[in-house]
Design a protein around this ligand. Sequence first.
Ligand code: SF4
Length: 305
Amino acid sequence: MKLSVPAYYKSFKCIADRCRHSCCVGWEIDIDSVTMKKYRTLSDGYGKNILESIEGDEPHFRLCEDERCTHLDERGLCRIISCFGDEYLCHICRAHPRFYNDTVRGKEAGLGLSCEEAARIILSRDDYDKMIGIDEFCPQDEWECPDTDFDAAVHRERIYSILSADAPYPKRLSYICDEFKVSPAALPGEEWCEVLSSLEYLNEEHRRLFFCYSSDLETPEKAEDYLRRALSYFVYRHCSGAGSEEKFRISLGFSLFCERLLSSMVREYKADTFEKICELARVISEEIEYSEDNTESIKDIFYFV
Ligand code: SF4
């Protein structure tokens, strides 16, 4: 399928056994109907193990007691890939950590920040504003043209141009807030902390990590480039599919909020290396943007401020 992607997208390759936060641990993987049909044709060898590992009315792979996918071997490699190749992965496994947006210009794809290798690429590359065309597997194999004339990419490009302006980083952020009439500072920091405390968490220990949130535009200077790249990612992921100016504004509020949360955490936890900043960004992504409920709870605030 033809996809538009940021130039850095092609650099991604899963680091498999070297990954410290593998997506093959802790997640129940639903199996789509196309792959399920393929699995039913496998009756010998490891194919039998695959069939025996599937359970539930909505078919998914059984997790082991330590929450690892039952097909993960002791080296952290996937036995389905080793035995049958990538084409036998179900759509979720094959696509992860990619995400897709239907826009008026066509289907766009990106890498999700919750994957540690994707986070490393996203926070280290400045070519987020260069889009390229590729031909690649996509689980949603049709482009659904949104029923709107609103072209979110025009606004996205405007944000990228402000982000690359020759001005101090906090000023660039305030230009964006002024131009798009949205700012996380419209809600006091204590109220944001209450919202953060009410969210659902995959890892309970992360709840208190976020209590240092502040909308203050003061930014740890050494982290500015990483914060700018993180904001460009949030904008790309969350604003690109917006079908109207108001939806774009709300998604931009969410993106700015996630960027300010990262800035607050970098300052509070004295994250002074690229690796530490990547890990904080990954946690924000895993806990907030990978939960539809959490994302909606934060976006809801921007309807009223
Ligand atoms: S989180 Fe990313 S790098 Fe780690 S196993 Fe999953 S796709 Fe690979």
